[in-house]
Design a protein around this ligand. Sequence first.
Ligand code: C2E
Ligand code: MG
Ligand code: MG
Ligand code: MG
Length: 285
Amino acid sequence: RAKEKGRGNFQFYETYLTTRAKERLFLESELRDALERQEFHLHYQPQFALSGGELIGAEALLRWNHHEHGLIAPDKFIPIAEESGLIVAIGEWVLSAACSQAKAWLDAGYAFKQVAVNLSGAQIERSDILATVGNVLATTGLPPRHLELEITETYIMRQAKQNVRIMEELRALGVSLAIDDFGTGQSSLSYLKRLPVDKLKIDRSFVMDIPQDSNDMAITRAILALGHSLKLTVLAEGVETAEQAAFLNELKCDEVQGYYYSRPLDAESFRKLLAKQKFDADLFD
Ligand code: C2E
Ligand code: MG
Ligand code: MG
Ligand code: MG
């Protein structure tokens, strides 16, 4: 009996592993076809200036609508795309789709400062990111100042010296750079001082428990002080409540993004939001 039971457990364990491995393999092989099947699209999460409330732009967020399985979350497929190298082609699609959309909005007369696109570390390592960004800007005709690239703090710090050079070259193209998920990646202050960036994005995990968690409030306050002393714009991610907004406003946080203001929107809904704002057309030039 014990033997039977043991075997049963073993089989269960084996089946469990195989199922996970199978799911990975399945997703990887489906990801290979997803571009051709046109299963990707972008959502745009609005970003606002905190004091004046202006809509300054949006972060482009990748969505995968699989023909049989429906929406699959980025947290599930991006790591697989990174490990398999598929992130290079997918990331290029994201850049090109976001830039041509942004250019179309500008051509239609809407005013906004920028569209932000996430770059993955694997994408930077495995491709000539400088050439890709340059080509996409040239092909779409988007003026570089309307593109911001987000790179995570964890990735930047992993090979800081080499990344500083790549970031300098990217910035020389005229795009702006933001450090994503800031506060989770143990930046050394000496590197941070030398990083060619424009913006820090405070990670959602610190904003989430404001005002219950006094440690998170202290960290948020410290990041804002640090960012401002380095003359960087600071944006808080994942703002979900009025209390969080009020706390950030008191600390003179520059920009905000989060469900309290808006969920990520499809392109048409974001366009409508742009249309509601009567901006001076030169405001963001
Ligand atoms: P991220 O770059 O930090 O993007 C912010 C994520 O937080 C988005 O999740 C967004 O929907 C979510 N979020 C925004 N506000 C709130 C809020 O108030 N509450 C909560 N609970 N969540 C909020 P999403 O779209 O699922 O993306 C997850 C991650 O996947 C992104 O984190 C980014 O690391 C990655 N990702 C998404 N699109 C791309 C892409 O095109 N390329 C690459 N390399 N990575 C991407
Ligand atoms: Mg991001
Ligand atoms: Mg983030
Ligand atoms: Mg994140």
